[in-house]
Design a protein around this ligand. Structure first.
Ligand code: PLP
Length: 394
């Protein structure tokens, strides 16, 4: 067998490990005594238009065509609908022939990295980062260079970035709104990033690509704007997913958009098609492709997440914990009150609180709390958080 694949398969992610523990513990002590904040599974149901559209499609379309293969890169009509939405919503030039339909952001990222990278290339990202980035990058034969972010803001540390480029740098990978910090990159940050990528591309005499991982684009609170990166930097590939915006993580649907402004955009798109082919990611789920084409612009009710964020973040601060203000996604990234976040998580566990240590996100000393749970569970968990805080801050 392939040793790397064996290792990946035999070691579950820390998040999955905690989630499985939560299920076992709930059977032992009762579900009401376990406060599982481990998984980023949306707790808000999909908007009604999703159900209506699915039923409409099932009733009105010919079943053989509806469930049949589409083109490898996705149905042409679906890709045209997405391109039209990108033009209207973001004012970016977009065409059906620059969209590749995928099974969610995970596939979008793996395909994009495989399309862009040669063995030994480097991909720069910023900690904290989604735990699977290392796996996806290494699958592409490349090496993930994870830079620490400014710990006070979790915005990009440009001094560190400036020093990180090498002749092997192929791409920079960003995720805003961020999992796990909840931070949204400001327009100022995005402009500085674009300027640095231009400068470094010129200095190194090659194009450095920007890959933007955007499953949380619509999950922002208080009117915060998420800049659309192809409008700021030409050589951008957008990895989008409907997992969170439409609460459809199990249906596996998303896309890659290769901006037409990317150098050699047509050839890069063909490399994306080739990577999709090589990885077996052809013809994303047909029914859900057709559904999302009719639901462009629809979003789940994110006000529930905003309410959860306010309730939890305010309470935790009041108890003495510190965390950067999360403007988006559905995570709080809290500073561990003891240096070893794993030890802190073990103590939290004794009170039924299941939190994820930041180590696998490239940020030891922090814990992630996924607040995409019921508001009622958050309310019921607060006494446990308060008691836990007293162990450290009393
Ligand atoms: N990227 C980030 C930052 C995520 O948080 C996730 C899932 O939680 C993914 C990618 C994978 O998303 P998908 O379910 O669409 O594959």
């Amino acid at each position: 067998m392939n040793q790397r694949m064996y290792e990946l398969g035999s070691k579950r992610s820390v998040i999955r490990e905690i989630f499985e523990y939560g299920k076992k513990r709930a059977a032992e002590v009762g579900a009401e005594n376990v406060f599982d904040f481990s998984l980023g599974n949306p707790s808000v149901k999909p908007p009604q238009i999703v159900e209506d559209t699915l039923i409409g499609l099932l009733k009105s379309e010919d079943a053989t065509a509806l469930h049949g293969y589409t083109s490898a890169q996705g149905d042409a009509g679906v890709r045209a609908a997405i391109a039209e939405y990108i033009r209207k919503a973001h004012g970016a030039a977009a065409d059906a022939d620059q969209i590749y339909m995928t099974c969610g952001a995970a596939a979008s990222l793996t395909i994009s990295l495989c399309a862009l990278c040669e063995a030994g290339d480097e991909v720069i990202t910023f900690a904290p980062f989604f735990t699977e980035y290392r796996v996806f990058t290494e699958t592409a034969g490349a090496h993930l260079v994870a830079l620490p972010s400014d710990p006070d803001t979790f915005q990009i540390d440009f001094a560190a970035l400036e020093k990180a480029f090498t002749p092997r740098t192929r791409a920079v990978l960003v995720n805003s709104p961020n999992n796990p910090s909840g931070v949204v990159y400001s327009e100022e940050t995005v402009k500085k990033l674009a300027a640095m990528l231009e400068k470094k591309s010129a200095e190194l005499g090659k194009v450095i690509y920007l890959i933007t991982d955007e499953p949380y684009r619509e999950l922002v609170y208080g009117g915060v704007k998420v800049p659309y990166l192809p409008n700021y930097y030409k050589h951008t590939l957008v990895c989008y997913s409907y997992s969170k915006s439409l609460s459809l993580p199990g249906e596996r649907i998303g896309y890659i958009f290769v901006s037409p402004l990317v150098a050699e955009a047509k050839r890069i798109y063909l490399a994306v098609c080739g990577a999709g082919r090589a990885l077996g990611y052809v013809c994303a789920p047909s029914l859900f492709q057709k559904m999302i084409a009719r639901c462009q612009g629809a979003v789940s009710d994110v006000s529930v997440y905003e309410k959860n964020r306010d309730l939890l973040a305010d309470a935790l601060r009041q108890y003495g914990f510190t965390c950067v203000r999360p403007d988006g996604a559905f995570y709080l990234f809290v500073k561990s009150p003891e240096p070893d976040a794993n030890a802190f998580c073990e103590r939290a566990k004794l009170r039924g609180l299941l939190l994820v240590p930041g180590d696998d996100f490239g940020c030891p000393g922090y814990v992630r709390i996924a607040y995409c749970v019921s508001t009622d569970m958050i309310r019921r968990s607060l006494p446990a958080f308060e008691a836990l805080a007293k162990e450290y801050f009393a």
